[in-house]
Design a protein around this ligand. Structure first.
Ligand code: GAL
Length: 416
């Protein structure tokens, strides 16, 4: 090797080394927060970490609900190149923990006193085998309806409290030439509607029996047939271009008055706030009619992939930052969710956020807090995807309600 070649080799080695050091101080974060409100909330986290000298390597995978992100994650882990920190939901977290892929966060949790401040329903997924394996950043709830207050007022519509009132309100909008229900035809969005409709049609015990306990009799029951009939009614209130639409574009339809309502988790609130609207004034938030008193929840959590040993200092700092009380307020005010910690004040939150926090606490106390099927907190991904297939096929007119209930019970049985 001549001197020039040797020199080149050495400087390449130095470069590689410095790149390695830089990378080691960064946290590579895989997430699906790419919509306006989501990105704004993510920035709060980025800035918090930057202030602590931790660099952020962004790995966004667009796609609401996170299905695409989970596919990318699997490919990355399989090829031995796990991201450092990953946004995850429910059963995905505990499934990865079972595979031994996640770092143990017990030292951070113990030092920062997480145990008493995280509700049991969330802890069931933040811990596995007694070890903390994820840091919950928020709690979202999915049985919400968002409405444009002016559109309702101009059409003489009061906030609907029952299914029948909701249907009447949507008929009124349809007659006025306004899209009653802004919706995006993607399986996870169809399933988000389905969660609320099942809860409303059959009540909390039925929701639990069907979508959490997977009781075949509940899945293929008259109540489930009625739930599918209601889904078909909702299908009659969406516009012709609903297919494949992203959820935030559906929110935009309500924001600009093109549509009256959207059924969506409270991440939608981030879009309304980002558009400069005031909650409780320009836009309304209310529980899907018939689900008042119950909450279907999902919570975004960050799990740290084991990089070969103990949790790294950067991962520990990331987890600690996510769980700090000040951060949980700053982040969730922007994101639309409520804090995962039970010991923070609702002072900074607007009307919908305050209601979200109160509803969550009440539902937890009353035993009416249920994991969202659509967002991975009711059943493992294999069963969830089987349910998605049936719900979407029915929504698109492939099955009538009776057949859909039968198909649901069969699909769930096969997927288990
Ligand atoms: C949910 C997630 C939320 C929200 C939504 C749409 O699954 O928990 O944080 O971003 O997807 O992307």
């Amino acid at each position: 090797m001549n001197a020039i070649a040797r020199g080149l080799k050495v400087s390449t080695a130095i470069l590689a080394l410095t790149a390695g050091i830089a990378a080691a101080q960064d946290v590579e974060v895989l997430h699906w927060w790419t919509a306006g409100g989501e990105a704004a909330a993510l920035n709060v986290l980025k800035e918090d970490l930057a202030a602590q000298g931790i660099g952020w390597e962004d790995m966004p995978v667009a796609g609401g609900g996170g299905e695409q992100a989970m596919t990318v994650l699997r490919a990355r882990v399989t090829s031995g190149n796990s991201p450092t920190a990953v946004q995850m939901l429910g059963f995905d977290i505990t499934d990865w923990a079972r595979e031994g892929a996640l770092a143990n966060l017990n030292p951070v949790a113990e030092e920062n006193g997480w145990e008493p401040v995280v509700p049991d329903a969330i802890k069931a997924f933040s811990k596995y085998d007694g070890e903390w394996i994820a840091a919950p950043v928020n709690v979202h709830s999915t049985n919400w309806v968002w409405a444009n207050a002016d559109v309702l007022e101009e059409n003489g519509i009061e906030q609907p409290e029952t299914w029948d009132e909701f249907v009447t309100a949507m008929e009124t909008l349809q007659e006025a030439g306004i899209t009653p229900l802004a919706h995006g035809g993607q399986p996870w969005q169809d399933a988000t509607l389905f969660d609320a409709v099942v809860l409303s049609t059959g009540g909390g015990d039925f929701y639990k029996a069907a979508l959490i306990d997977l009781d075949p009799e509940a899945l293929n029951s008259d109540t489930m047939v009625e739930a599918f009939e209601r889904m078909a009614t909702l299908r009659g209130f969406v516009d012709d271009n609903f297919s494949g639409r992203d959820w935030n574009l559906a929110s935009a339809m309500v924001i600009n008055g093109e549509a009256g309502f959207q059924m969506m988790g409270d991440w939608a609130k981030g879009e309304f706030l980002g558009a400069g609207m005031t909650e409780g004034e320009d836009f309304l938030c209310f529980r899907f009619p018939g689900t008042q008193g119950s909450v279907t929840f999902n919570a975004d959590q960050f799990a740290m992939f084991d990089q070969g040993g103990e949790v790294s200092p950067q991962q520990a700092a990331f987890a600690q930052a996510v769980m700090s009380p000040e951060f949980q307020v700053a982040f969730n005010v922007v994101k639309g969710s409520v804090p995962a910690r039970t010991d923070v004040s609702d002072e900074e939150f607007g009307a919908c956020g305050k209601k979200g926090m109160a509803d969550l606490a009440q539902a937890a106390a009353d035993g009416t807090l249920y994991g969202s099927m659509a967002h991975g907190y009711a059943v493992p991904a294999s069963v969830k995807n089987a349910i998605f297939d049936v719900v979407t096929a029915h929504f698109n007119g492939e099955f009538d309600a009776q057949t859909a209930a039968e198909e649901l019970a069969t699909a769930v049985e096969i997927a288990q």
